[in-house]
Design a protein around this ligand. Structure first.
Ligand code: ATP
Length: 231
């Protein structure tokens, strides 16, 4: 399991995370909900090593992550699907997928069949440039690229942002399949309440850099939870 304990994160003098503690269990979907700017992406940057923490600890299956370079965390099994996808527009779909080979052993350097089973459009577009894909297809490519790294936890930053409903459904189905078939942990940050409610096994709500609510998805209907989610 991933365990984040009492983490603080600063950008210069501005504090983006305040004493944040969350857990993401293996074989479960954990969702962190919150409005724009509450610190969701900062939390994922702390977990993946994109930004250093100023206090607290982060461990994955007993291995301490804080202070470890991002590529080493990828080797430890942290797969990251960043906000905005960050695919390479001038590389082909195949080449984008192959950028995920870096942290894996030579023998494992292939695209898992699951990627094409979950997102068949990627197979049919292997020779196309990433930049020619629609936003939804790029999101599928970004998830596929993370799966190429053979993650034991998949960390996704707002995978539904700007995506059409039919592809949101495909992505939800893929996330559920990955949880059930591989037993990996899934950590998802989102603003889209219904998506989380349908998928999550456990939910956290963040507000102004702190966790303000925690519980099973059924608890999202409480007045307390709604107060932190409505704009
Ligand atoms: N590189 C940065 N330098 C300075 N401040 C930043 C930086 N990145 C984020 N922040 C600030 O930190 C706070 C948390 O931002 P963060 O991106 O983590 O929020 P978020 O919940 O992911 O929001 P969004 O949904 O818009 O991505 C915000 O006030 C933001 O302005």
């Amino acid at each position: 399991m991933l365990s984040v304990e009492n983490v603080n994160l600063h950008y210069g003098a501005a504090q983006a995370l305040r004493n944040v503690s969350i857990e993401a269990q293996m074989g479960k979907i954990t969702c962190v909900l919150g409005r724009n700017g509450v610190g969701k992406s900062s939390l994922l940057r702390a977990i993946t090593g994109q930004h250093p923490v100023s206090a607290g600890s982060i461990a994955f299956n007993g291995v301490t992550l804080e202070g470890m370079a991002p590529y080493r965390r990828a080797k430890e099994g942290i797969g990251y699907v960043p906000q905005g996808r960050e695919i390479f527009p001038l590389l082909t779909v195949k080449e984008n997928l192959e950028t995920g080979y870096a942290p894996v052993k030579r023998a494992d350097r292939s695209v898992p069949e699951d990627v094409f089973n979950l997102f068949p459009v990627l197979r049919s577009m292997l020779g196309r440039r990433g930049g020619d894909l629609s936003g939804g297809q790029q999101q599928q490519l970004a998830i596929g690229r993370a799966l190429v790294t053979r993650p034991r936890i998949l960390v996704l930053d707002e995978p539904t942002e700007g995506i059409q409903p039919s592809i949101i459904k495909d992505i939800g189905r893929a996330i559920r399949y990955l949880r059930d078939s591989t037993g990996m942990a899934i950590l998802l940050v989102e603003q889209y309440l219904d998506f989380c409610r349908e998928l999550a096994d456990h939910v956290y709500i963040m507000d102004r850099g702190a966790v303000v609510h925690e519980g099973p998805p059924e608890t999202l209907d409480t007045v307390e939870a709604r107060r932190h989610l409505t704009v």
